[in-house]
Design a protein around this ligand. Structure first.
Ligand code: ADP
Length: 267
């Protein structure tokens, strides 16, 4: 009981006896702390781009005769920061929707070929030819929410592109295993040190904040992945080696308990 916070109510009862009612507030406190952290992080993330935009607007107002090229570069930076705020707000709305228990998955037939072809095209566009990206599909379609799975897979694939330097390789695979279908993205990127792996799906957890921001990251991508997988009864495994690359594996079966499996149900 050392780390728990118990609230004890003493209620007078007949004949001078009393009833003790205990109530464990540890979980409530934890949820309240997570809520406060989320609001603090989100506000901080929104404040930075807002400060940049406001700064440039003030320059535009006080220096109307500014050189045209400088003005254009300020506009470009403001558009980038506006985009960053939009990405963040959209990811926050997606997470909120996914977390709502009143909103269960409505399973439909997911056409894996169509879905992964689209994701591959997006990855090619994001990479702009700087990476070699392959797609291999050798497994059955599944039941689930196409929109949610698109969001999970595309987050994993765009991370692979964003955290892999130019010239690297990215292999996207859909295959069937004895336990069930499996999606994986393997990159030859910067990799992740072991101590970070278990925390990656926490909201706003980033190994390197500046690198994430440079590539338009919101810090919410893997939290979204975690929730989508949780809703589909799937689990995420992460294998990574610093400087060598990472593999993110999604297994669509509930019973697997591999070595460093990060269960979507945990954290
Ligand atoms: P972000 O928007 O910062 O990329 P995510 O939730 O998608 O947020 O990922 C959380 C963190 O996990 C990233 O900031 C990055 O440090 C790390 N990460 C995710 N995918 C990869 C990857 N493929 N290679 C290396 N690091 C990764």
């Amino acid at each position: 009981l050392k780390d728990r916070k118990l609230i004890v109510h003493i209620i007078p009862f007949e004949n001078r006896r009393q009833i003790l009612v205990t109530h464990d507030a540890t979980e409530n406190d934890r949820i309240e702390m997570m809520r406060r952290d989320f609001i603090a992080n989100a506000s901080h993330e929104l404040r930075t781009p807002l400060t940049v935009i406001n700064g440039f607007l003030e320059i535009a107002q006080t220096q109307p005769d500014l050189d045209q090229t400088i003005r254009m570069s300020h506009l470009k930076l403001m558009i980038e920061q506006g985009q960053r705020m939009q990405n963040l707000v959209e990811d926050m709305l997606t997470l909120t929707r996914l977390e709502s228990i009143d909103y269960p998955v409505r399973p439909e037939h997911v056409n894996i070929h169509n879905l992964l072809d689209q994701i591959k095209q997006e990855a090619d566009a994001l990479s702009g030819g700087r990476h070699e990206i392959s797609l291999m599909i050798d497994g059955p379609d599944i039941e689930g929410s196409t929109d949610e799975l698109r969001s999970a897979f595309s987050n994993l694939v765009s991370n692979a592109v964003r955290y892999t330097p130019a010239g690297g390789r990215i292999d996207i695979k859909w295959k069937n295993t004895e336990a069930g279908p499996q999606f994986s993205v393997k990159d030859s990127g910067i990799g992740i040190r072991a101590e970070h792996i278990a925390r990656l799906t926490e909201r706003f957890y980033r190994v390197d904040k500046s690198r994430s921001r440079e590539t338009q990251g919101t810090g919410l991508g893997l939290a979204i992945v975690k929730h989508v997988l949780l809703r589909h009864g799937a689990v995420l495994a992460i294998e990574s080696q610093p400087e060598a690359g990472s593999t993110f594996i999604v297994r669509f079966d509930k019973n697997s308990t591999d070595g460093d499996m990060v269960r979507a149900l945990e954290n």
